[in-house]
Design a binder for this molecule. Structure first.
Ligand code: FAD
Length: 391
């Protein structure tokens, strides 16, 4: 039942759901708007249940082998003097560059999966038998189910559930990730420089040749096209251009020259239901908790595993499976969407706020607590199911 499944988006959620669907005997097709896998991004965490999912996929040894070796974050002043450091080393999680994770997932997901790159869904029409999908270039095809794994600005969500303005909650900041000159950062440290309402940083894993730049700035909502990278570069240039303090000039020049430049609003997605009829959402499309939560990859891996598993154990019956998937995954999502003061600490609004943050970060007790907190396994709300496909 419901064998032919179209998945929109070839990133963490889309590749994981494709892997498990193929393994359970479904016939997944993945459509990705970009001409190839998108390699951008900084380190993302694979922790708790996500480790178990990756182990069951057979990729956990490769994830560990590609893990970054970042020790923590340090805050610097304009003269590049360290004013505070926080230890991030943790035993329960593995940090891996997002691009490396996506490449490993793709490698584990080749068998039994059809890929359509440089393609996007133009329209979806559901009826009792399935979904007629019209692509931008490849004409129309009929699928039994459609899964939107196409990120915060999900195309499938827009087509099946309505405008994104209903679901996105803006969190007062924009962020950008891009390549950086590796000589700018300190090996194994995330280095951050703040001005009121702005942060520029260098992410430098000692075992990766490349460094990454990142920028966060506080702003009222901006009007721009989230598909237009040149427009986004222009916006970043307007905020940080002309600033010659610390390493900002060099970091900005590198970011503006990077073809894989990534820019977006710091927003969350909140939806009452992750499915409508034969269409379901997974990953950031359904519940983006924002990069400030540090849980995007974990939620996507676990959610995609649950969605495919519920479809398999319900024998492909989407009505049963979609309801169980939402019931099983909602608690974890709700918990991870509580991002607390992370952004306010990374991007203090005022000089005074920054001074207090740096002072707190220097307190030995806080440094010890942050290290211990990250070593403790998070309390998992419920065990990860072992799905048995129905015959
Ligand atoms: C290039 C990039 C860099 C990122 N860097 C970071 C980072 O450094 N730190 C962090 O915390 N999070 C980052 N993220 C977000 C992070 O990947 C997600 O929060 C998390 O892994 C969940 O992934 P996802 O698969 O749900 O969504 P995403 O990773 O956002 O992937 C969505 C996929 O859908 C594709 N897509 C979009 N529109 C369409 C369409 N119309 N048709 C077909 N495909 C479409 C996109 O090209 C993308 O491949 C990044 C995402 C991307 C795409």
């Amino acid at each position: 039942m419901n064998e032919r499944i179209l998945i929109s988006g070839a990133s963490v959620a889309g590749l994981t759901v494709a892997h498990w669907l193929a393994r359970y005997g479904f016939r997944p097709t993945v459509v990705e708007r970009a001409p190839r896998l998108r390699p951008g991004g900084n380190g993302v965490d694979v922790r708790d249940h996500a480790v178990e999912v990756a182990e069951r996929m057979g990729i956990m040894p490769s994830i560990r082998a590609s893990a970054t070796d970042v020790r923590g974050m340090k805050f610097v002043d304009a003269a590049d003097r360290t004013v505070a450091r926080l230890d991030m080393a943790a035993a329960t999680e593995v940090e891996i560059m997002r691009g490396d994770l996506v490449a490993l997932l793709r490698h584990a997901t080749d068998a039994g999966v059809e890929y359509l790159f440089h393609e996007s869904i133009r329209s979806l029409v559901q009826d009792d038998d399935g979904v007629t999908v019209t692509f931008e270039h490849a004409g129309s095809r009929h699928f039994d189910l459609v899964i939107g794994a196409d990120g915060m600005h999900s195309n499938v969500r827009e087509l099946a559930f309505g405008p994104e303005s209903q679901f996105l909650r803006y969190k007062d900041h924009y962020f950008a990730f891009a390549d950086a000159d590796a000589t700018l950062g300190e090996n194994r440290w995330v280095t951050m420089y703040n001005q009121p309402g702005r942060m520029a940083g260098i992410y430098r894993s000692g075992n990766h040749a490349q460094a990454k730049a990142y920028f966060i700035f506080r702003s009222t909502p901006l009007r721009y096209d989230y598909r237009d990278v040149e427009q986004q570069k222009h916006l970043l240039g307007q905020v940080f251009g002309g600033d010659t303090s610390w390493r900002i000039k060099e970091l900005l020049a590198g970011a503006l020259a990077d073809p894989d430049f990534y820019f977006d609003a710091l927003s969350q997605v909140h939806m009452p239901s992750w499915s409508t009829g034969r269409v379901a959402l997974v990953g950031d499309a359904a519940w983006c908790a924002s990069p400030a939560s540090g849980t995007g990859a974990e939620l996507a891996l676990v959610g995609a595993y649950r969605l495919a598993g519920e479809l398999a154990s319900a024998g492909g019956d989407h009505r049963v499976a979609f309801a169980r998937y939402q019931e099983g995954h909602r608690e974890l999502v709700n918990k991870k969407q509580q991002i607390g003061p992370n952004v306010r600490l990374m991007v203090p609004k005022t000089h005074g706020g920054r001074w207090i943050r740096d002072g707190l970060a220097r307190l030995p007790i806080l440094r010890a607590m942050s290290a211990v907190e990250r070593r403790l396994p998070s309390k998992a709300p419920r065990p990860l199911s072992d799905y048995v496909p129905a015959r």
